[in-house]
Ligand binder design. Structure first.
Ligand code: GLU
Length: 424
């Protein structure tokens, strides 16, 4: 039983979901009571108001957050999300998942996440810059290269990271590239960072398909979400020879049993902004798309899209969680009971992004830069190691793959916290 005295600050379906995952993992490894709640709940958070002058001269105040879940194993690390549905509970859940992810893959980081309640598509470029700089300005005393290091997430990109890095550097009085990762290459960004999450997802899919004895060039893939992660996953899978039969964005999806040309779809989006009316395929709703018969299903958008409603109807062999938290607790149970779907859990599946963020941070701190080949090679070595450790844990304790990944990630954080002791 939890003894924590916790307010309703984070209460939300998604925070409850992350807590349930934690409780299951903590029970599975019999995590001592004395360390449980310290490992489970976020360490601290900051909520800020962000006034932005609009093009018409008016001022809009946006609300932003940063939740630092764990700082016991290094600076906290995690992206900043710009989305109209952001809540502090969601940001807290995402920060928890960053902690387990960094720990699982062996990065010297705790977990954090940031968010602003805004639809960035509704802002002009100037307004977006103003908002991004204002967010960093408010956070200056709360983060830093050895405290907390943000990165891109849903709705943010390298340009925004560049503005944030510039704002922080101006404040401290010298260039400080290591305060943020996922920057433009010209500002100390790493080779390969932009494609790292998707490239890592596709690499793990290829590895798991090999374990399942399915040749990648015979595989079909359905990808929900066509932002940075979804599109880079699609490109990498296409390069491996897989056939991408459906993709989608927030306006809906498109399906073509013969395969979609991903470069054409990207060229279309560059011009039309969304996939709507893309003529290389037929329209399909996001809901129907998730239930298509395929070899690999890749949710690459937001949380909680695989639910108890559709989990029974999935027709994939492999579920690769490119998004954070795409599968609810109830859906997880259904998938486990079905026993016919292999799952690559989010904390393993999408870890390529933060792994290359770590490489970027190392390059910034040492002012010594690596080639793209070096980055990708080191990324694949780390992914192989993480995959092997998860699969060994799964076999050893007969856990589901999610439970295997979470017990490893959570166990290491708990061990570090216990070793550091409790300050009186
Ligand atoms: N936002 C990404 C994630 O959820 C990347 C985080 C990072 O690179 O720090 O893993």
């Amino acid at each position: 039983m939890s003894k924590a005295i916790i307010s309703s600050l984070y209460s939300s379906d998604v925070f409850t979901m992350a807590c349930r995952q934690f409780d299951q993992a903590a029970d599975a490894i019999s995590l001592p009571e004395a360390i449980r709640d310290r490992t489970k709940y976020p360490r601290r958070c900051l909520a800020v108001s962000l006034p932005v002058r609009r093009l018409d001269g008016s001022v809009t105040v946006f609300e932003g957050y940063r939740v630092q879940h764990n700082l016991s194993t290094g600076p906290s690390k995690g992206g900043i999300r710009f989305h109209q549905d952001v809540t502090i509970g969601e940001v807290a859940a995402l920060a928890m998942w960053m902690s387990w992810k960094c720990s699982l893959v062996g990065l010297p980081y705790g977990g954090a996440k940031g968010g602003v309640i805004v639809d960035p598509k509704q802002l002009s470029e100037g307004e977006l810059e103003h908002l991004s700089r204002r967010y960093m300005q408010e956070m200056v005393n709360f983060l830093g290269p050895h405290t907390d290091v943000p990165a891109p997430d849903v709705g943010t990109n390298e340009k925004i990271m560049g503005w944030m890095m510039d704002t922080y550097s101006t404040h401290v009085g010298h260039l400080s590239p290591a305060v943020v990762t996922g920057k433009p290459i010209a500002l100390g960004g790493s080779q390969g960072r932009r494609e790292a999450t998707g490239a890592g997802v596709a690499y793990l899919i290829k590895k798991y398909l090999a374990d399942m004895k399915i040749p990648v060039n015979k595989a079909t893939a359905v990808i929900q979400g066509f932002g940075n992660v979804g599109s880079e996953t699609a490109l990498a899978l296409e390069a491996y020879g897989a056939k991408i039969i459906a993709i989608s964005d927030y306006t809906g999806g498109v399906y073509n049993a013969k395969g979609i040309n991903i470069k054409k779809a990207l060229a279309y989006i560059a011009y039309a902004k969304t996939l709507k009316d893309f003529d290389g395929a037929e329209p399909i709703s996001n809901e129907k798309l998730l239930e298509l018969k395929c070899t690999v299903l890749v949710p690459a958008a937001l949380e909680r899209v695989i639910t108890e409603k559709n989990a029974k109807k999935l027709q994939c062999r492999l579920l690769a969680e490119a998004a954070n938290g795409p599968t609810t607790n109830a859906a997880d149970k259904i998938i486990e009971d079905r026993g016919d779907i292999e799952l690559i859990p989010d904390v393993l599946c999408n870890s390529g992004g933060v792994i290359v963020s770590y490489f970027e941070w190392l390059q910034n701190l040492s002012s010594f830069y690596w080639s793209r080949d070096e980055v990708m090679q080191k990324l694949y070595v780390m992914l192989d190691r993480a995959k092997e450790s998860v699969d060994a844990q799964k076999r050893k304790f007969k856990f589901s793959r999610r439970l295997a990944a979470l017990t490893l990630g959570i166990g290491r954080v708990a061990e570090a916290k216990a070793a550091r002791g409790l300050f009186p």
